[in-house]
Write a protein that binds this ligand. Structure first.
Ligand code: AMP
Ligand code: AMP
Length: 335
């Protein structure tokens, strides 16, 4: 019997519920203050309380007895640090090599470009800026530390006000369109890509700005922030779906060159902005389960087309692991 282990945060409820549905034992590592909350859920067999998520590393030896498989999510990088995944010595679902590429913005963008995905133009030299841009300071995550500029003069004014050094940020064309986050799963066992769901983020305060009159907006001195608070579901025009599948496949195909033999597998999310001429511009890829999949714990319109049971992304991970065990191929999925 294997035990699915994860940190109690982000999408852990979905991961552990899905694991239980597929017949695994489940274990959550929770901050002590949150343990009473996680105890509410009967599908979590065991909760280990810690005062800091980094204590996870000290538990390795005792966890090993439980035949563990660690399923990572967005809190791993947020709380264990940029090298956090690499330091995990327990069997781990997913490619750590691909996560390293994801963590390096330049390598990530060249991977997507090589896969033929459209990207916002990057301006290496601020003097070349001729349109609206978004400035992403290095180390900024989830949109904090981003700001917009109307053009070259506005950019120079803001950069000097913030005292940013020339190598401390990237300048990207700002794409006016709508955010569409495509949640995929790639099965290396079936060699097939699945669209698991689509969402958009609900971000404070950018999604709140429109609720106040323009005259008050103009008085706001602070830059708009993008702190994610929740997510909304989206279904796309059906005519866009073939393109969505083709993009996911191209990204997986290209990833094999970056990290042979398997490349990217399991859940991943392509974060896009879609323009009125129905072009998808990618702004980022996340190569593990994203929290927007929490919308679809009982399945999405897209998983309903592929499965006769409610199939969350968390459950899909457990199903892949189960099939790996049945086919004697589990090692292929673990790093
Ligand atoms: P949390 O466990 O909520 O502290 O989140 C851990 C990391 O995942 C942080 O970097 C969050 O910004 C990110 N995150 C959490 N929830 C979401 C969400 N619904 N959408 C996108 N990112 C999220
Ligand atoms: P991220 O943290 O990269 O997911 O981005 C945070 C927010 O900035 C999201 O709402 C994105 O939609 C938005 N964003 C990031 N890059 C761009 C871009 N090049 N054009 C338009 N919006 C963007």
């Amino acid at each position: 019997m294997y035990t699915i282990v994860t940190l109690a945060s982000h999408s852990s409820l979905q991961i552990l519920k899905g694991a239980k549905d597929e017949g695994f034992r489940t274990l959550a590592i929770s901050l002590a203050k949150n343990s009473p909350f996680y105890k509410r859920f009967p599908f979590i067999d065991e909760i280990i309380s810690v005062t800091d998520y980094k204590q996870f590393y000290t538990l390795s030896e005792s966890l090993r007895k439980l035949n563990p498989i660690v399923v990572p999510h967005g809190s791993f990088v947020a709380y264990l640090g940029s090298d956090g995944d690499n330091r995990i010595r327990l069997p781990y679902f997913g490619s750590k090599k691909i996560l390293e590429i994801e963590a390096d913005r330049n390598r990530q963008l060249s991977w997507l470009a090589d896969a033929g995905i459209k990207l916002p133009k990057i301006f290496a030299d601020p003097a070349d800026v001729d349109r609206k841009v978004i400035i992403k300071t290095h180390g900024a995550r989830g949109g904090s530390g981003y700001f917009l500029a109307k053009g070259k003069a506005d950019l120079q004014k803001k950069v000097s006000k913030l005292g940013l050094s020339a190598d401390g940020y990237i300048i990207q064309e700002y794409i006016t369109g709508i955010p569409v986050y495509l949640q995929y799963f790639y099965s290396p066992l079936d060699k097939s890509i699945e669209l698991m769901g689509i969402d958009r983020r609900y971000e404070s305060d950018v999604d709140g700005i429109g609720r106040i009159p323009l005259s008050l907006q103009k008085d706001m001195k602070n830059n708009v922030t993008y702190t994610v608070i929740g997510n909304f579901p989206i279904v796309l025009r059906e005519s866009l779906l073939p393109k969505v599948y083709a993009m996911g496949q191209a990204i997986v195909d290209k990833s094999v060159d970056l990290s042979p033999p398997l490349g990217l597998y399991g859940p991943f999310c392509l974060e896009t902005i879609v323009t009125p001429d129905q072009e998808f511009f990618a702004i980022e890829i996340s190569c593990r389960i994203v929290a927007g999949t929490n919308l679809y714990i009982s399945g999405s319109p897209y998983t309903d087309l592929l499965y006769d049971v409610p199939m969350s992304t968390g459950r899909r991970i457990a199903l892949e692991i189960k099939r790996g065990i049945q086919k004697n191929n589990l090692n292929l999925l673990l790093t």
